[in-house]
Design a protein around this ligand. Structure first.
Ligand code: UGA
Length: 439
């Protein structure tokens, strides 16, 4: 099939390459000319494991190309995937400006029957309205169909999640679209990937609910971590034990600094906004608690750091290990690590950050180190804020002589307490019990 993918962020770039991998002919579109030029050379605008080889393969064969021109895709493609960003607006609602731009650029060029597939995360009610607007603007009129097909890919695992999704959700309100969608997804469907067929509103809410539920699990375990800390309990052992119950499951019960990134924070805010708009305050209040717990994890670590610096961070050197919102990505949007770094900077500390992949902006208030060793040199305290695997293999005995003071806060609860304590470090793991020597 001929497929266009509009928007080339984490979602659109991976989706375009994935569609080519499924054997389709694909044109990706973005308004950013530099990005499009790089993509046409097979280079992704983001760090995402296994994405570049797939891009190179398909741009090299000519099966995949990128453009900035809507006339290249309008009547060429059988289906148009909308993968643009829907960032958070000041009111908390999703900002649909990019979707509206696509509608204004693309719809007037649609002269033959086509299918618009809405993949961007949107508030409930968006699809029905967007279909109406496309039909009103397009010369093809009611020949333009629309379907809601939310995406569940995780950054850092985007390629595998695209090629082997755990479910395909389709909000479909006409017969024609379903037949087309079955051809688009013929390969994963032939592998018995579950297909959930539903209406627009449910498909939109499924995406909102999936992210809100995962965020809730994280905030629940983080609130339990705070209670463990206050009572001498151990949150990791607690999570392991409740996670054995299949009804609960162990996934997304890793206590730590909480969630960040370009999705959970804005998506749950947008869901709370929709809930308020529809008079379902119980849901927006519930989400408000999830957000408050998440914010408090960041401030707890900031306060703990100041406490271990003798109550005053001014002039102290703080080494921060990790800047991305989670390992496996270069994404620093709404990163818990950077919030803590920023809070400590505003208390007068000198913050030096090391991250294996993030590139900090020159606007950031911290210096960026080239290695973990470089970051910790002369530090009054070390903070482990994003759990990159390489931090677990650091040798604490090698780092000890480099620092001013051998104190480390492992906010992600991932470092081996015995190794660090044996090397003379004071290791603090909020919500965990110090079991040195091991029992
Ligand atoms: C999330 C969802 O997992 C995807 O299914 C969804 O498609 C995507 O948002 C989206 O809406 O586009 P992602 O933002 O890549 O994917 O990140 P996750 O792996 O879900 O992690 C989110 C945050 O939760 C990270 O900050 C992570 O450190 C944190 N987290 C995760 C915890 O604090 N504890 C855990 O146990 C798990």
């Amino acid at each position: 099939m001929r497929i266009s993918v509009i928007g080339t962020g984490y979602l659109g770039t991976t989706h375009a390459a994935g569609m080519a991998e499924f054997g389709h002919h694909v044109i990706g579109l973005d308004i950013d000319t530099e990005r499009v030029a790089a993509l046409n050379k097979g280079r992704a605008p983001i760090f995402e494991p296994n994405l570049d080889p797939m891009l190179e393969r398909h741009t090299g064969s000519g099966q995949l190309r990128f453009t900035t021109d809507h006339t290249d895709i309008a009547d060429w493609a059988d289906v148009h995937f909308l993968c643009v960003n829907t960032p958070q607006s000041p009111s908390g609602a999703a900002d649909l400006g990019q979707l509206r731009n696509v509608r204004d650029q693309l719809a007037p060029l649609l002269t033959r029957p086509t299918l618009i597939i809405l993949k961007s995360t949107v508030p409930v009610g968006t699809a029905a309205q967007l279909r109406q607007e496309f039909r009103a603007l397009a010369p093809a009129g009611d020949g333009v169909d629309l379907t809601v097909n939310p995406e569940f890919l995780r950054e850092g695992h985007a390629v595998e999640d695209t090629l082997r999704p755990d479910r395909i959700v389709l909000g479909v309100e006409d017969e024609r679209s379903l037949e087309v969608l079955d051809r688009v997804y013929a390969i994963p469907l032939s592998d018995d990937t579950p297909r959930v067929l539903t209406n627009f509103a449910t498909a939109e809410l499924i995406k909102n609910a999936a992210n809100a539920f995962l965020a809730t699990k994280i905030s629940f375990i983080n609130a339990m971590a705070q209670l463990c800390q206050a009572t001498g309990g151990d949150v990791t052992e607690l999570a392991d034990a409740i996670g054995f119950d299949e009804r609960i499951g162990r996934a997304f019960l890793n206590a730590g600094l909480g969630f960040g990134g370009g999705c959970f924070p804005k998506d749950i805010r947008s869901l709370a906004h929709s809930a308020d708009e529809h008079g379902v305050e119980v849901l927006s209040n519930f989400i408000g608690s999830v957000e408050r717990i998440n914010d408090s994890q960041r401030t707890e670590v900031t306060e703990l750091t100041v406490e271990h610096l003798g109550g005053d961070a001014a002039g102290k050197r703080i080494a921060v290990l990790g800047a991305t919102f989670k390992p496996g990505t270069d994404d620093t949007r709404n990163s818990p690590a950077l919030t803590v770094a920023e809070q400590l900077h505003s208390r007068g500390a000198e913050v030096r950050v090391y991250d294996p992949h993030a590139r900090l902006s020159t606007r950031d208030n911290f210096s960026q180190a080239a290695t973990a060793q470089d970051a910790v040199a002369g530090a009054d305290i070390v903070l482990h804020l994003t759990e990159w695997p390489e931090f677990r293999s650091l040798d604490p005995a090698v780092l000890a002589p480099l620092v001013q003071s051998t104190i480390i806060i492992d906010a992600r609860l991932k470092l081996n307490p015995h190794t660090w304590r044996a090397a003379g470090w004071t290791l603090i793991q909020p919500g965990r019990v110090d079991r040195t020597p091991a029992c």
